[in-house]
Write a protein that binds this ligand. Structure first.
Ligand code: SF4
Length: 222
């Protein structure tokens, strides 16, 4: 079976299970980027707590820009990797102010998707996943961010090779994602990873995708 066909079957099955998630794609782009930086390697709950403390201590992006990086690190301590993330945020805001004269990324709505991805990825600490999430959630673009759930499930289902890196998966998966389904497929795979295809204990007995799953064939099929 062609990978595109297989991805469509999986996408359709997940929509039966979880519905079709929608987005408005009009969020504040800079806020979305900072939230995504904070969310690296942590939970949504911790990310939101860290963001709330950051905004409480530094209500505007100008305040964050002029704050000591150690103070930013202290504010976002709950999210983990505080030193790395605070440096990424501070460096990005410093660059943005110097290059564009204001702390806003709303101009990205007018950029081509590939150009916008390159624009964000040129900065240390901002990788393809962070850039893709920002463009998907805040700009409504047809991009496909690959998080840890999506990487694991795509390997188990044979959409990408077993040793594929997250970086490589960002190249291999978008061409096989059903047209117009990048956002709902992304969200539904995350739901699926959290609720059924768990990293350590996948609930294969509850899964409707067993016939398409290499992991199931190799490990569980009688
Ligand atoms: S059969 Fe098991 S491992 Fe395969 S996709 Fe379903 S839950 Fe995941």
């Amino acid at each position: 079976m062609e990978l595109q066909q297989k991805a469509k079957i999986i996408s359709d099955a997940l929509e039966v299970l979880f519905g079709v998630p929608t987005r408005d794609g009009t969020g504040d782009v800079l806020e979305s980027l900072i939230l995504t930086i904070l969310s690296q390697n942590t939970t949504d709950v911790s990310r939101d707590k860290g963001y709330a403390v950051l905004k409480e201590r530094f209500p505007t992006w100008e305040d964050v820009l002029h704050a000591d990086v150690k103070a930013i690190e202290a504010a976002i301590r709950v999210v983990g990797l505080g030193e790395q993330k605070s440096n990424t945020i501070k460096n990005f805001l410093t660059w943005l102010q110097a290059e564009h004269g204001e702390l806003s990324l709303e101009f990205m709505h007018n950029m081509e998707t590939e150009e916008a991805l390159e624009f964000l990825c040129q900065h240390k600490g901002i990788g393809i996943k962070t850039a893709s999430v920002t463009l998907s959630f805040a700009c409504g673009r047809e991009v496909f961010p690959v998080d840890t759930h999506i990487l694991r499930i795509s390997k188990r289902l044979g959409l990408i090779p077993p040793n594929c890196s997250a970086e490589k998966a960002h190249q291999l998966l978008p061409p096989i994602v059903p047209e117009g389904k990048a956002y709902p497929f992304h969200i539904n795979l995350i739901y699926f990873g959290r609720q059924i295809c768990d990293a350590r204990k996948p609930l294969c007995e509850r899964c409707s995708l067993t016939q398409h799953c290499l992991y199931f064939k190799d490990n569980l099929q009688a």
